[in-house]
Design a protein around this ligand. Structure first.
Ligand SMILES: *Cc1c(COP(=O)(O)O)cnc(C)c1O
Length: 377
């Protein structure tokens, strides 16, 4: 296998110390009591980077498991759930709510803009009878970034439990779980965190645990049941054997994040410079307001086939970027500049490959996109 230069919005490149951590000798994590401390300590480090004192749990499965575990654990048949939707992942929450018998009620926003908080406030003044609400921090297929610092406190004011999918944002965008009153926030190992795919982790507030404990009916899942994880440390019992090597890798990746004091600013600088360079070169950004600093989504110029463009970048320069899916399939390409990929050298080389590929297919850029990107670095 020839490993490409992975510049997708997750999975990302994995640093050597994370790969090495995954190669360490392992133990029996159920019977070796040291592992309960190792697991708890890893959760506390995750809590530190999420800026929360809430309980954190790491589950064996990638981001989607985190989404489903939150919905499975909170939803009872007939519950009204507010689904804040301005993108593919936003909308997708409704399917999970329905699987567990809930009734999703949509608050829909413009798909090219961040959620309008004033509009949401007006909506909630008319109807706020929801058990919980779901919102996506960065909706990765479109690159829209929602302002959860305003959305979550507003929901909480109305007594609504908040569930935030921050899989592709946390670590690269500001996230203050306690200050912003987020009951459940979930992430994945393979995005900004920059470990391989395989793990999800969630921080769970006391209110969220209380909501689960006061259910009338039991949680209709075992693997997605967050409540059975509540007292794992006291009971020295895991619901299933934790994937030791994955967790060792995740811990190294989280330590990398905690040590990297420039990480948020670097994402901001790089995100902004990519957007500026793209626009100066004559290309269009898909998002019109509420830009993510972890992924840039670019409209495919008329007459160009996005698959051919991406294949050319891969064949000729070994650079792997993404297309998108759902209503965006074929319409946009996506460059991930998150985590280990939020580096000037990696982004420059990617933009170079993009420019060459566009030129190959007859699209002439208005400026040298790499020079433009480098101007403000
Ligand atoms: C990546 C991602 C997930 C996890 O989904 P996969 O496609 O299975 O990796 C969930 N939510 C968001 C916003 C994501 O970007």
């Amino acid at each position: 296998m020839k490993i490409p230069y992975v510049m997708t919005p997750g999975p990302t490149q994995v640093r050597e110390n994370v790969r090495m951590a995954r190669a360490m000798e392992t133990t029996n994590p159920d019977l070796d009591l040291q592992f309960y401390d190792y697991y708890r300590d890893t959760c506390e480090r995750i809590g530190k980077f999420l800026k929360t004192k809430n309980e954190v749990r790491i589950l064996s499965g990638e981001g989607i498991l985190g989404l489903e575990a939150a919905c499975a654990s909170l939803t009872e048949v007939g519950d009204r759930v507010l689904v804040i939707d301005n993108g593919i992942f936003g909308e997708g929450f409704a399917d999970l709510v329905k699987i567990y018998g809930g009734e999703p009620i949509f608050f829909k926003g413009d798909r090219q803009k961040e959620i309008d908080v004033d509009e949401l406030r007006r909506f909630l003044e008319k109807d706020s009878n929801f058990k919980y609400a779901t919102v996506v921090h960065c909706d990765t297929p479109s690159g829209v970034l929602n302002d959860v610092s305003k959305i979550c406190p507003l929901l909480k004011e109305k007594g609504i439990i908040t569930v935030v999918d921050s899989v592709s944002a946390m670590g690269g965008e500001e996230l203050r779980v306690d200050e912003w009153k987020i009951d459940i926030v979930l992430g994945g190992s393979q995005k900004v965190v920059s470990a391989p795919p395989g793990l999800t982790f969630l921080s769970i507030s006391e209110d969220a645990f209380k909501t689960m404990e006061s259910r009338r009916t039991p949680i209709a899942s075992f693997y997605c049941n967050l409540l059975i994880w509540k007292d794992y440390y006291k009971n020295k019992w895991f619901p299933y054997t934790p994937p030791v090597s994955d967790i060792m890798g995740l811990r190294a990746a989280v330590d990398n994040l905690l040590e990297d004091e420039d990480i948020l600013d670097r994402h901001k600088r790089i995100g902004k410079a990519v957007r500026r360079a793209v626009e100066k070169a004559g290309l269009s950004l898909y998002v019109k307001q509420g830009y993510s600093n972890t992924v840039t989504v670019i409209e495919v110029p008329k007459g160009i086939d996005d698959k051919k463009l991406r294949n050319y970048m891969l064949d000729k320069y070994n650079v792997l970027i993404s297309g998108s899916f759902g209503y965006l399939e074929g319409k946009v390409i996506r460059i991930g500049h998150m985590g280990e990929n939020a580096r000037i050298d990696r982004v420059s080389y990617t933009l170079f490959a993009l420019q060459r590929a566009l030129e190959h297919f007859g699209y002439i850029l208005k400026c040298d996109i790499v020079n433009e990107f480098l101007k403000e670095q």
